[in-house]
Write a protein that binds this ligand. Structure first.
Ligand code: NDP
Length: 318
């Protein structure tokens, strides 16, 4: 058996403006003791780098490394990666699909959906007015929640939502089956799904097919007063139309973690809307302690000349 059958050798480069390098280095080192793990600022010999673990590295980053064998996207969404022109041909790209990340995302979605289902924004506004404003709660099953995207994250969220007794519809490209969720597939079913949603949760990847999917016409198909939760990517939704419909009341409320431009510009009207809750793109993150295992496994697979798992299909865009 060659040594790299047991442990990968060579070097990995890390890049992220958001994630803590030392935590990742420790988590990976515990599983891959033979691998040198370098922050991008420490790389002196780019030709010695075989693996890259990166989130939104600067343009030209990969082009400097002629011997890359694997690119690991430090996150679930790969839209900013697959469109780059410096991806080396023939080098597999993987992403993180970690159960802990899915659980963290499901927690955010559950919070946002229940907040709308229980009229919490309405009570928050009444509280600011000092008003004891009784509004009788609806039965959970009377609130219909549509989850667009039933992948690693969407399926977990849909499962958790149906456990609350909410009526849950799901939508994906190919047919899916999730216990307790009414699953639909394909463009021809989208408008009917949206038309039934008291709360619409967007959990799709951003691709050529999904960019601008929730345009003005589709948002108008939502029942009047519906709430929108976007935890996927801002560019899936026509933000100007969404803002206008939040003003007009056609959209009753929104919980938004992602935006067409991030950070959301200080003068954006969304900041000042009472019916909008804004969080700065953190609904879920990759968690080193749990994600290190699959990253290490993929590095070992590649070092044994096997195909890595969780590969991104650049043609499909996710
Ligand atoms: P997956 O790739 O696992 O799943 C994507 C889902 O979307 C699948 O069900 C897929 O259908 C469906 N889909 C893709 N294209 C279409 C289409 N054209 N029409 C209908 N359905 C489609 O993604 P994840 O669940 O891991 O992640 C979803 C997104 O969440 C990421 O791409 C990322 O943008 C975002 N994200 C946001 C975070 C945040 O903090 N805000 C954190 C992490 C991710 P099918 O099942 O047929 O393949």
């Amino acid at each position: 058996m060659r040594t790299d059958d047991m442990t990968a050798s060579g070097a990995l480069v890390f890049y992220s403006d958001f994630d803590d390098f030392d935590t990742w280095r420790q988590a990976l080192r515990a599983r891959l003791p033979g691998l040198r793990i370098l922050h991008s600022s420490e790389v002196e010999d780019p030709a010695g780098i075989h693996y890259a673990l990166a989130w939104k590295p600067p343009a030209g980053f990969f082009g400097r490394m002629p011997n890359l064998r694997l690119i690991i996207n430090l996150g679930a969404g790969v839209d900013s990666l697959v469109g780059r022109d410096d991806l080396p041909a023939g080098v597999p790209v993987t992403r993180i699909t970690d159960p802990d990340m899915a659980r963290m995302m499901a927690g955010y979605v559950l919070f946002a959906v229940l907040r709308h289902a229980r009229d919490i924004p309405w009570f928050e506004q009444a509280q600011r007015r000092g008003e004891w404003a009784y509004r009788h709660p609806r039965a959970p099953g009377d609130t219909r929640v549509a989850v667009l995207g039933l992948g690693e994250l969407g399926a977990c969220a849909a499962h958790e939502l149906q456990r609350q007794g909410l009526t849950v519809l799901g939508w994906s490209r190919s047919p899916r089956a999730i216990d307790g969720v009414q699953c639909h597939a394909g463009m021809e079913t989208l408008d009917a799904v949206i038309g039934q949603a008291d709360i619409l949760v967007v959990m799709l990847p951003l691709t050529e097919q999904t960019r601008g999917l929730l345009d003005r016409q589709r948002l108008l198909r939502l029942p009047r007063g519906a709430a929108l939760v976007n935890v996927a990517r801002g560019a899936l939704v026509d933000q100007a139309a969404m803002t206008e419909l939040l003003h007009s009341g056609h959209l009753g409320a929104a919980t938004l973690d992602v935006f067409e431009r991030e950070p959301l510009p200080a003068d954006d009207p969304l900041w000042r809307m009472e019916n909008v809750l804004i969080t700065p793109h953190l609904a879920s993150v990759a968690i080193p302690a749990s994600a290190a295992a699959q990253i290490a496994d993929n590095i070992l697979r590649v070092s044994r000349h096997e195909a890595p798992r969780n590969q991104v299909d650049p043609a499909r865009g996710y």
